[in-house]
Design a binder for this molecule. Sequence first.
Ligand code: GLC
Length: 426
Amino acid sequence: MANGRTWILRAAAAAVALAAGGCARAEPHVLTFSGSLVGREGDVIRRQLDRFREANPSIDIALRATPDAANLRHQLYVQWLNARASDPDVLQLDVVWTPEFAAAGWIAGLDRFEPPVDQFFAAAVDADRWNGSLYALPWFVDVGMLYWRTDLAPRAPRDLDELAQLARRAQEEEGVPFGFVWQGARYEGLVTVFLEYLGALGGAILDDRGRVVVDSTAAVRALTYMRDAIDIDGIVPPAVLTWQEEQTRFAFQNGQAAFMRNWPYAYALLQDPSQSKVAGRFAVAAMPAGPDGAATAALGGSALAVNAYSEQPEVAYRLIDYLLQPEQMIERARIAGEFPTRPALYETRALADALTIPLADALKVIERAVPRPITPVYSQLSEILQIALHRALTRQQEPRAALTEAAAGMRALLAKVKLGPLASTP
Ligand code: GLC
């Protein structure tokens, strides 16, 4: 009996081994890509992965979707990488995450692949280096833009006060329910909106030497301006306090808002008459300046990195290299409206033809781009700030008190991780 059972077990084990061996020989590698599928990003990445698969029949590709909200995507990646999961092999990183993931040892150094770094925007490549080594490559550039209705306003507002006046006029005289909509939920998007108001009023999160200055008078004024736009001016609906990018796009494309702050991805979707009521009736500009500040566009975007625990880093890098080729960037610009990270493409007809957004308008906004702090503790700094911003906007705390507390928390964090002043740029 015992012998019989042993034999059966051995036979079963042999069958499994054979099947596994057979599989390994017959089945292609599965390389997993993980990233954002907001707007038309899903369409473009699926096409490109299909083409890569056709050109590389020995590699099979799986696409792992992630949540739309940048923070939730971050959380998921942290869980996977903390558990040393070997997939996803290729990760789409928000521009602000590379130093954190590199310092944690979660993404592989890319210098050994000798990528052609001089072909990409230098500032974007800088954000992908940590301790002198390269850990990611810039995939697309995002900039915060002001979308305005050309049938409701005579021109793009020259300053923040004019924006408020035009927004109110559209509400009062044209019956548009919302004057202005932006991303006000407690997540990373809120920090980017704040950064634009902050720049408009002459403030910053960190100063040139990396010291926390988010409790300055200018910063308090910026946050007060945002809060008052909701409940004193009534231009911004309180609903934005739960809205991310897509909810603001839906309001604007349904004709419910005169102005919207959003990223470039929204442009092509808003021009599509099958889903948008405002096709042909809007334009973009940089968020205007307020007193003492400058027109500011938050710099966003994504980079591509290889999971440090990937079992196939070479193949993973091959996919990254493919996705960064000029044709892929042009296709991404055409389908998803996202801007290439290769400066040479901005000189080409191909890019101007691909983008629905007029290239000259896009460049005017890109000129105003301001990055968020580059530091491995960015996510923690942002978390502290998001809580303070949201508490002030929901009137649970006065802007000054909220920012004073946030600044103290941010300083303590930087001191604790010994990154104090000077270690982080802007
Ligand atoms: C966009 C930007 C990214 C930013 C995020 C905030 O995805 O590309 O940089 O952090 O929006 O919601």
